[in-house]
Design a protein around this ligand. Structure first.
Ligand code: AMP
Ligand code: MN
Ligand code: MN
Ligand code: MN
Length: 287
């Protein structure tokens, strides 16, 4: 017992959400997996944003460490005008639908990056497009975090979080409204590639109870099977709340650190609190 909450008695060390230099993490896939091994991770999924290019290297390193490895991805989606993230676990990165879908999203990221740079330029910040690309480990995957790191480097803000607050969120000069994939399409790509779709960090979307219910119903209807319950952006209260939603909507409960960087992330890879008791752990769904 921890406080009034009963925790599962034993759980293997599982981390099903993290990022490498293939998207906006700072460790290469191999370095990331080695760090996970040092932290005692037994089951790992690499879930880069909209790109699967790190999976071969990550799996090779996981095999060397005797760690179970799942192919993953985190797909950017627009639902009712908001950006949501859908994690795919146990996907086949060679699946043609999935590859084409991710390629389309990455192209959209390049177009958005030009507009972000234009906005920043109007606010007096020059060179951000080149600066962001120079910091991207994978030139096919550009994101706001690369811009944020460039602006920190240039002294426009103290840290990445401060750059988001000052420059990149709605109402700020580098904000660009963007249309990502449709929810049903993203879930479909994951499903047809043989994977399970999971709603990433639901606590970050600030949805009303009614909107959350509508999302869960629509997600299930599209074939979605899981929801993140434990993740670095959730408090214990949020984990308990989403555990309850997982039960009520018959979704598997997933967990992942969403680790990006030793300097920027609040939670290290493999250093997650346990799932609250009562929801079905997603690893029971991996057969
Ligand atoms: P993008 O997909 O390019 O729009 O970037 C989204 C990524 O930016 C997320 O996956 C986080 O890594 C990062 N991010 C989003 N919001 C924040 C924030 N407020 N502070 C720090 N990083 C953030
Ligand atoms: Mn990210
Ligand atoms: Mn995310
Ligand atoms: Mn993530």
């Amino acid at each position: 017992m921890i406080g009034a909450v009963t925790m599962t008695p034993y759980m293997p060390n599982i981390d099903l959400h993290c990022h490498s230099t293939i998207s906006d993490g700072v460790l290469s896939p191999g370095e990331l997996v080695s760090r996970a091994a040092e932290n005692g991770v037994e089951v790992l999924a690499l879930t880069d944003h909209d790109d699967c290019d790190g999976l071969v290297e990550a799996r090779r390193t996981a095999t060397l460490h005797g760690m179970k490895f799942l192919n993953g991805v985190e797909i950017s989606v627009t639902w009712r005008g908001r950006t949501l993230h859908i994690v795919g676990l146990n996907i086949d990165p060679e699946s043609e639908n999935l590859r084409a879908g991710l390629e389309f999203i990455r192209q959209g990221r390049i177009e958005r990056a030009g507009m972000i740079a234009d906005g920043l330029s109007r606010a007096g910040i020059s060179g951000s497009l080149e600066g962001a690309f120079a910091l991207a480990g994978n030139k096919n995957l550009i994101g706001r975090t690369h811009f944020a790191r460039y602006l920190v480097e240039k002294g426009y803000a103290r840290d990445v979080q401060a750059v988001f607050r000052k420059f990149l969120v709605k109402g700020k000069p580098g904000h660009v409204a963007h249309q990502w994939a449709e929810l049903s399409a993203a879930v479909g790509w994951i499903r047809t590639s043989g994977g399970m779709a999971v709603i990433a960090h639901p606590g970050r979307y600030e949805l009303s109870a009614a909107a959350l219910k509508a999302l869960l119903l629509e997600f299930k209807e599209a074939g979605g099977e899981g929801i993140e319950v434990v993740t670095s952006s959730h408090t214990l209260d949020m984990a308990i709340r989403f555990c309850d939603f997982a039960k009520r909507f018959e979704l598997f409960a997933s967990l992942g650190s969403d680790f990006h960087s030793p300097d920027e992330s609040r939670m290290d890879i493999g250093r997650l609190p346990p799932l609250p008791q009562g929801c079905r752990p997603i690893w029971e769904g991996f057969a």
